[in-house]
Ligand binder design. Structure first.
Ligand code: COA
Length: 149
């Protein structure tokens, strides 16, 4: 699997993936400014992306997404291990990631990649215009996980 860093303009296919993880395009564009981006390609097709953001020395995996046709093959696990190394190279000692209380796949993925639950932003998603449901559970709280690097 070939993971590359990317520092050119965001393409439509990249934005499509990024919006799978975070539907607020304005917010996505905001945190992409100054972020480190890793991509995975299958030949020339973009199949995965991950975004590392450093704000005031707080490092966060802000976005990760894998194309639907390529999920379940370990691509996200590889991307996260590369993001961990990159954050460490940049001087991070901790890496945070936030996800919904109902995001069971993501909670499993992050814990398998060495993250532990750190704290909860209670009611973080409660005021979203449309309620979000996953796995039959309403997404209301953000679970913040942290990996020691
Ligand atoms: N059902 C249950 N668990 C699953 C799963 C599924 N369909 N797909 C992945 N997982 C979990 C498993 O714990 C898996 O570990 P295992 O292989 O040891 O069972 C772990 O995730 C890693 O799987 P991997 O193949 O590396 O993940 P992926 O490449 O399919 O990508 C996401 C996972 C979450 C990035 C992908 O589903 C995605 O892009 N979802 C939409 C965007 C998103 O939700 N991003 C995260 C926002 S917080």
């Amino acid at each position: 699997m070939n993971i590359e860093s990317y520092d050119l303009a965001i393409t439509d296919s990249m934005m499509h993936l990024l919006l799978m993880a975070d539907p607020d395009e304005r917010e996505v564009r905001d945190y992409l400014d100054g972020a480190s981006i890793l991509i995975v390609k299958d030949l020339n097709k973009l199949i995965g992306i991950a975004v590392l953001v450093n704000r005031d020395n707080r490092y966060e995996l802000k976005n990760i997404a894998v194309h639907e046709g390529y999920q379940g093959k370990g691509i996200a696990k590889h991307l996260i291990m590369e993001i961990r190394s990159l954050a460490k190279k940049q001087g991070a000692v901790e890496l945070f990631v936030g996800t919904g209380n109902s995001s069971l796949i993501q909670l499993s993925l992050y814990q398998k990649c060495g993250f532990r639950m750190s704290y909860i932003k209670t009611g973080f998603f409660a005021d979203y215009p449309e309620p979000i449901y996953e796995n039959g559970i309403q997404c209301i709280d953000m679970v913040v996980l942290c990996a020691k690097l």
